[in-house]
Design a protein. Structure first.
Length: 340
């Protein structure tokens, strides 16, 4: 069984019930989630030994986050206890032309103030096959950025394949700071995943006339920047999800990838969104699964797109689907008929 390691922050998510606005809500629905934790849950559901590395306070809320991960088969052996708090984010789900909104309350969270010495990276990466992180974690603090680099050095020492989801968050850092930190970290990365905004804000590559807001795509522009990114950083694969935003409720969803020789655009799904949070993480996890299974990069991309299309129909951060469910969608069964 393949061993996959992810490192990042898991947060308490407080969502308004249904599609209520913050100012309407008298209560919140509670789940836990975060970029790298979401990837770990997907890969555990796909049958891998998925390990999530983090630091959480030694209190009941920290324990609840750990229990939530364990519920879905993620190993929490490498989670360190300590620090002040679990980060929180508030979610107001949008509908139709009204966009979703996120408010963060994550300053001074345990992982943002963790030391590299808190973790035994040699033990963590022993016999590991893959390490995944996102641009969210180094954005949390100077300490978190240093922690990620130390993890990356250890992963490469142990011969582990590394993927990144660029995941630019303007509420956490500026584009200038993101470029400074992330450009340096790219030397350790084999598989680079992101979207058009990430490529521009994090690494400074803009894909032609693509419009992030409208979702109007210019695929030739993607190939051009993929070639530049591969030449500059030496990535094995450069991958981007492609979201066409018809509204907050309805999106077109596909992806493209480049391996240095061939540029490939996947099948597109028109999806009615139940919860889009975690959609990109489920895509990254699906691609990782496909590549670890030895699939051609085009087949791995198609698997990731199908897995993440299904995630958009599931409440919460986690993608709770199986390999067989993804494969059924890949075979063309998108009818949504009751399975008896």
């Amino acid at each position: 069984m393949k061993k996959v390691v992810t490192l990042g922050e898991i947060m308490l998510r407080l969502s308004t019930p249904g599609y209520e606005r913050f100012i309407q809500a008298d209560s919140f629905d509670v789940v836990y989630g975060g970029g790298e934790a979401n990837v770990a849950v997907s890969l555990a559901n796909f049958g891998y030994d998925a390990y999530f590395v983090s630091k959480l306070p030694k209190n009941e809320i920290g324990q609840a986050a750990i229990n939530h991960l364990r519920r879905f088969g993620v190993s929490t052996d490498y989670i360190v206890r300590g620090g002040e708090r679990v980060g929180i984010y508030y979610l107001e789900s949008g509908a139709s032309m009204r966009p979703s909104k996120v408010v963060y309350d994550r300053a001074h969270s345990s992982i943002s103030e963790a030391e590299a010495s808190d973790f035994d990276f040699d033990a963590i990466f022993k016999d590991a096959d893959w390490f995944h992180f996102s641009g969210i974690t180094p954005a949390l603090s100077e300490k978190a950025a240093y922690l990620i680099e130390e993890a990356l050095k250890a992963a490469k020492k142990h011969g582990v394949t590394v993927s990144v989801d660029l995941n630019y968050r303007k509420n956490l850092w500026s584009s200038e700071r993101a470029k400074e930190v992330m450009t340096h970290l790219m030397q350790y990365v084999d598989v680079c995943i992101g979207n058009e905004e990430d490529a521009e804000k994090v690494l400074g590559f803009k894909p032609g006339e693509t419009d992030v807001t409208s979702g109007e795509l210019e695929l030739a522009g993607y190939r051009n920047i993929f070639e530049q990114m591969k030449e500059r950083f030496g990535f094995k694969y450069v991958i981007s999800s492609l979201r066409e935003s018809y509204s907050a409720s309805d999106n077109g969803w596909s992806a493209c990838a480049y391996d240095g020789n061939e540029f490939y655009h996947s099948r597109k799904y028109d999806i009615r969104i139940v919860d889009r949070v975690g959609g990109g993480d489920s895509f990254a996890a699906g691609v990782i699964y496909g590549l670890l299974e030895g699939k051609d990069f085009k087949d791995a991309l198609d698997f990731g797109v199908a897995a993440s299309a299904l995630k958009h129909t599931i409440n919460g951060d986690f993608n709770m689907v199986t390999v067989s469910e993804v494969e059924n969608l890949l075979k063309g069964d998108a009818s949504g008929r009751v399975q008896r």
